[in-house]
Design a protein around this ligand. Structure first.
Ligand code: PLP
Length: 452
């Protein structure tokens, strides 16, 4: 793969020096051309770590954001009704993502609520959801007093398995909510075909998938509406923030109207009272918008860098027994890599538990995490379906069956036990930093017997 010169920011250039000095001279390279450390003691057992250098912190910002921020502060026009930044952001974000319209919201959660609301997801409906996601995807369905019905995950792609959707559809099903989790595109062709067959709405949770691509189009533009988050950890961050994107003017007018207390907008103008639909306040502030206008300028360059490093990691990590790199879903062109994921098969590591593998990796200077757990067994699901509202809205028979279905997600269960993630900011470093990751995992593999 062609490597690009690292030119973007001093802090990234500063992370580019390698740690090859920890490799014992004279060792025989076992994997590719990166030397291994077969005889070096794991750091968790008192050996030298592969890496001691810090990884870059997130978020980062550019000087050019400071002046517009001060201008907003000094103007007193802090809300979108007076300022110009939110509407400018909506136009620029729509054009970045490739839709005709965008509505800026206060968060990704409120973007999803807005989308479900305008698509008519209501109390007593069912929405088919990916179980492998941040908890907000469950919350927004419960927020509508609807039932999030989980279709099992495809372990290879980390996204909803389209083959498991149809069996979950019944006469209450109103929408499908696929999640492009970690930035990995869901199999949208198959999902859209099922949705069309059963006349279901499709809301894409693209809250981790800015600039991810599927069949040449951006994630978030493939269903009826797409939703994004700009929370602090995100690739285009503003502390909190979100957006709904789409091409249907009627739907987008309703999003504008709903998120702004139900005030009239576009097609939803005509009414006696001036409030044509039920609304809520889910507006973005001018402060959030000025930060986003600046953050957006860097998004493409960062996305390309993450892709380049992720492809390099793929090519090297897949050579290590027991490390199963992700697969892109059919039709997907590129991930956004909000996290870089792989599956850890402990059978290849003398049954070294994943927690111990991750602890050993962290000791080598490589931060990592195990990702989502089995959230469908958590209190929030129980609390919702045991509530008065749900008992009124759904039959006892349906709720009992729903409880059973929570135990019928074997692929997702296994994924929650095997996944390992690296965070997106690590992918903004240089190739020698990626070599540290590869080197550390190989070191653990080679020392697996001692580590058990
Ligand atoms: C997949 C997913 N959906 C929804 C959200 C909700 O976004 P927010 O935190 O901006 O409300 C997030 C945020 O992390 C997310 O990762």
């Amino acid at each position: 793969m062609k490597r690009k010169k690292i030119t973007r920011r001093k802090f990234i250039a500063g992370t580019a020096a390698g740690t090859a000095g920890t490799v014992v001279a004279g060792q025989i390279p076992l994997f590719g051309n990166i030397p291994t450390a077969a005889t070096s003691k794991p750091a968790i057992q008192g050996g030298d770590p592969v890496r001691t250098k810090a990884w870059m912190r997130w978020p980062v910002w550019d000087r050019d954001a400071e002046e517009p921020m001060l201008e907003v502060l000094r103007s007193g026009n802090w809300w979108s009704g007076q300022g110009k930044n939110v509407s400018r952001f909506e136009q620029e974000y729509a054009s970045l993502i490739g839709t005709s319209r965008a509505v800026a919201t206060s968060s990704g959660t409120t973007a999803l609520i807005t989308a479900l609301q305008v698509l008519g997801v209501d109390a007593g409906d069912e929405v088919i959801v990916s179980p492998y996601t941040f908890i907000a995807t469950y919350n927004v369905v419960f927020n509508q007093r609807a039932l999030p019905v989980f279709a099992d995950t495809d372990q290879e792609t980390f996204t909803i398995n389209p083959m498991k959707i149809e069996e979950k559809i019944n006469d209450r099903t109103r929408a499908v909510l696929p999640v492009h989790i970690l930035g990995l595109p869901a199999d949208m062709n198959r999902i859209n075909a099922i949705a069309e067959k059963y006349n279901l709405a499709v809301v894409e949770d693209a809250c981790q998938a800015w600039l991810a691509e599927y069949e040449g189009k951006m994630c978030g533009t493939l269903g009826d509406l797409g939703c994004f988050s700009f929370q602090n950890s995100k690739h285009i961050p503003s502390g909190e923030g979100g957006a709904v994107v789409g091409n249907d003017d009627g739907l987008m007018d309703r999003c504008q109207s709903y998120h702004n207390c139900g005030r009239p907008y576009g097609e939803s103008m005509a009414s006696m009272s001036g409030y044509p639909i039920r609304g809520s306040n889910k507006r973005m502030t001018e402060f959030q918008a000025v930060v986003l206008l600046s953050q957006m300028k860097r998004a493409r360059m960062d996305a390309d860098k993450r892709l380049e490093n992720a492809l390099y990691l793929d090519s090297q990590l897949k050579e290590i027994p027991g490390i199963i790199t992700y697969k892109l879903a059919d039709g997907a062109n590129r991930s956004a890599y909000h996290f870089y994921p792989f599956r850890y098969k402990k059978e290849y590591f003398e049954n070294l538990p994943r927690e111990r593998f991750m602890a050993a990796l962290r000791a080598e200077g490589i931060p990592c995490m195990g990702g989502y757990g089995m959230q469908y067994h958590d209190g929030l699901v129980r609390e919702a379906i045991d509530s008065r509202a749900y008992k009124r809205l759904f039959s006892e028979q349906r709720l009992n069956r729903y409880r059973e279905e929570l135990h019928e997600l074997p692929d997702n269960d296994q994924l929650t036990r095997e996944a390992v993630w690296f965070s997106q900011n690590m992918l903004l470093a240089g190739q020698s930093d990626m070599d540290d990751i590869i080197h550390a995992i190989r070191k653990i593999y080679e020392n697996r017997k001692e580590l058990v």
